[in-house]
Design a protein around this ligand. Structure first.
Ligand code: GDP
Ligand code: MG
Length: 167
């Protein structure tokens, strides 16, 4: 099985850190990154029979308010066409208008969207996490919601397993 995995999320939520962890050193071999017209391939992870092609999607990371208009959202959504699964990375500490904009751009995307709730190593109040996850779960019908820490490499296997299920 083989498929495209889009990593989306506002700046600073930990997308690069997550990819570095998942892809390891491969991420730095820039000259061998194949390019597609729609997506920039960030790296390819092969594990047994499963090959996940991690891609960046143009238009998903802008923070300008104008990006909220419908045309831009449509453009961003269509940029995700051909993707088999999207990983929407958020920071467990904060849900912001920039996250809301990324959510809007995911729009009516047909492929499964996995919510990666990053930076759980920095949780100060454990009791606040469940209500927070509950709030996030109402934002969209996510295929999975996975709390993790990209920095510490915590709970990344469940994310990769969830991704592989949709390829
Ligand atoms: P990107 O803009 O989404 O690609 O985010 P980066 O991967 O560049 O990370 C932004 C900042 O968040 C950096 O300072 C990272 O070290 C930090 N960061 C990323 N993941 C984690 C995490 O799991 N825990 C903590 N505490 N910090 C993280
Ligand atoms: Mg980055």
């Amino acid at each position: 099985r083989c498929g495209f995995v889009a990593i989306v999320g506002r700046p600073n939520v930990g997308k690069s850190t997550l990819l570095n962890h998942i892809l390891g050193q491969k991420l730095s071999i820039t000259s061998r990154k194949p390019q597609t017209t729609r997506h920039q391939v960030l790296g390819i992870k092969t594990e047994g029979p499963v090959q996940a092609i991690y891609v960046d999607t143009p238009g998903m990371h802008e923070e300008e308010p104008r990006a909220i208009n419908r045309y831009m959202n449509k453009a961003a959504t269509s940029a995700l066409k051909g993707v088999d699964v999207a990983v929407f990375v958020v920071d467990q500490m904060a849900w912001t208008t920039a996250d809301e904009m990324v959510l809007e751009k995911l729009g009516s995307l047909k492929c499964p969207v996995i919510l990666a709730v990053n930076k759980v190593d920095r949780i100060e109040n454990r009791e606040a996490l469940l209500p927070h996850l509950d709030m996030l779960s109402r934002k969209r019908d996510f295929a999975e919601i996975i709390p993790l820490s990209a920095l510490k490499g915590m709970n990344l296997a469940p994310l990769e397993e969830a991704v592989a299920r949709f390829l």
